[in-house]
Design a protein around this ligand. Structure first.
Ligand SMILES: [Zn+2]
Length: 218
């Protein structure tokens, strides 16, 4: 368990829960029913803390994995074709630059011709924007008739394939964003539950400390 995984609210709640557990563990009981109620209460309290800790740790691992993906992007290998000699390289980027349409891309050094060349756009948004841009250029009717695709002898079939690949890519990115959003809402609702629990259990702690609270009353 990593302490960094927990929010301040969660840490505060865990302290209150622990205080309540420890206090109730040392509370004398009058009969079996009271004893059983007390044990159930302590279990419930512990289960709440355990499940919140598990949730927070999964959330934390997800965050670290995302950060690492970004941090390690210069150490990953990318398959990119050299624009000079057309050699297909599998390389780590030298650096990142900003080019046309304010989009970022990696710069590589070709192992075949030793020249530097630019890779494809290295973000989802960049990839989509760039391909949309190219597609538009290719298919827009020219004032003198025809399209760039036609002039470049790119078949309608190839253009259709290009459009399909762009659309598929957009759909994949859309789904990923949707999943992120579900996750974000879930995290938010847990955070709200934690805040509510702090209020409830703090009240209970105060009652307990003022000596007028017994199990089963609330
Ligand atoms: Zn090359």
């Amino acid at each position: 368990m990593n302490e960094e995984a927990y929010t301040d609210d969660e840490k505060e709640l865990f302290e209150i829960l622990e205080f309540l557990r420890e206090t109730y563990k040392n509370t004398p009981t009058n009969n079996d029913k009271e004893k059983k109620d007390l044990e159930e209460y302590i279990n419930m309290n512990q289960n709440l803390e355990d499940s919140l800790r598990r949730f927070a740790n999964v959330r934390y691992e997800r965050k670290i994995a995302k950060e690492n993906l970004y941090k390690n992007r210069f150490f990953e290998f990318y398959e990119e074709r050299c624009e000079h000699c057309k050699h297909l390289n599998n390389l780590q980027p030298l650096r990142e630059e900003i080019g046309n349409l304010e989009l970022t891309y990696y710069v590589f050094k070709c192992v075949n011709c030793n020249k530097e060349f630019n890779g494809l756009h290295n973000t989802d948004e960049g990839f989509i924007t760039w391909n949309d841009h190219i597609y538009k250029l290719m298919t827009e009717p020219h004032p003198d008739g025809g399209t760039l695709a036609h002039k470049a002898k790119i078949s309608p079939q190839e253009i259709k394939g290009m459009k399909q690949r762009i659309d598929d890519y957009k759909e994949t990115v859309r789904k990923e964003k949707e999943e992120d959003e579900v996750q974000r809402k879930n995290d938010e609702s847990v955070a709200e539950n934690v805040r509510n629990a702090i209020v409830t259990y703090t009240l209970e702690k105060h009652k307990l400390m003022s000596g007028n609270k017994t199990i089963g009353e609330s």
